[in-house]
Design a binder for this molecule. Structure first.
Ligand SMILES: NC(=O)c1ccc[n+]([C@@H]2O[C@H](COP(=O)([O-])OP(=O)(O)OC[C@H]3O[C@@H](n4cnc5c(N)ncnc54)[C@H](O)[C@@H]3O)[C@@H](O)[C@H]2O)c1
Length: 275
């Protein structure tokens, strides 16, 4: 879409840290390309708060169906398993959908088949990790080993049920502790709030690559840090991304929010760089 053509109507599902920041960008930097037409959250107080903050009149909706009906493109930014339902309903309605909770898609391949048949596009931002473009290119030659090591400060794992169940205490941690070492499908199941990065790397590399995920609580790191190492006929690649947190939610990396905004920008201009 060129800047002088019709603007796309955009609806946001989930008015938390990411949804709010994206909504703000749509009304500022992206206003030449999109019109913010609808906001929805299961917590209606958040919708009210955000429409007030943005001075958006008539944009508050009370059902997902209403939001999908009004929008050309839907931004999913919820923190519950509802992601797959939101994506399915959007694609079935022939609408484009940008998915922030990419980790929720990994165990549901039916959504990717649906996207191939739908008039709408499934947009997956790179999130909080660098180098997905190179991983996709490397996968064409074959990846023989692929490891993602995610290190976070112990506070980043507060209230994780898997850690509680295993009886692991992170209080006063003096050195790194490996919380998980295994397959990506298990990683996204046990660490749903923390592991969108693993899903993004796995989807870029493809199923044959057999991603190994290590999750480490580290008293030494101040930033959520992701190292990706892969080898194959292309050579060897190592990337390291150190994320500052989003001012509105300490569990979310700022880069992830910006990658959503950047994906919208590229989608609206039909120019895709590094994807
Ligand atoms: N791709 C990435 O790299 C990446 C990085 C960070 C976060 N995320 C993901 O993005 C998502 C949003 O993150 P956030 O920081 O904005 O979370 P947040 O907790 O700040 O906000 C989530 C919002 O979703 C709402 N919500 C929950 N279930 C809903 C439903 N069924 N319908 C409508 N609204 C619903 C909640 O009320 C809340 O307002 C999370 O799933 C997070 O894991 C992805």
């Amino acid at each position: 879409m060129k800047s002088d053509s019709v603007k796309l109507k955009l609806g946001v599902v989930g008015c938390g840290a990411i949804g709010s920041r994206i909504a703000l960008s749509v009304m500022k930097e992206l206003k030449g390309r999109f019109t913010l037409c609808a906001l929805y959250d299961i917590d209606q107080a958040k919708v009210k708060h955000l429409t007030g903050r943005l001075k958006l009149r008539g944009g508050a909706v009370t059902t997902l169906d209403d939001l999908i009906r009004r929008s050309d493109i839907i931004v999913e930014a919820v923190n519950t398993p509802a992601t797959t339902d939101i994506v399915r309903r959007s694609l079935k309605a022939g609408k484009n959908v940008l998915v922030m909770s990419i980790g929720r898609l990994l165990n549901d391949s039916s959504l990717f088949y649906l996207a191939q048949r739908s008039k709408g596009q499934l947009l997956l931002p790179s999130g909080a990790v660098a180098g997905l473009d190179a991983i996709k290119a490397a996968a064409l030659l074959g990846i023989t080993s692929l490891t993602l090591t995610s290190r976070k400060p112990p506070a980043g794992f507060a209230d994780n049920p898997y850690i509680k169940e295993k009886g692991i205490s992170l209080k006063g941690l003096a050195k790194d502790i490996v919380l998980f070492d295994g397959k990506v499908k298990d990683a996204v199941r046990y660490f749903p709030q923390n592991i969108n990065v693993a899903a993004a790397v796995a989807l870029a590399a493809g199923v044959k690559a057999k991603l190994r995920v290590k999750i480490i609580a580290s008293p030494e790191v101040k930033r959520n840090t992701h190292e990706v190492v892969l080898e194959g006929a292309f050579g060897r690649i190592t990337t390291r991304t150190e994320n500052t947190v989003c001012p509105d939610n300490p569990k979310t990396s700022y880069l992830a929010v910006m990658s959503g905004i950047r994906t919208l920008q590229e989608f609206s201009s039909n120019i895709k760089i590094g994807t």
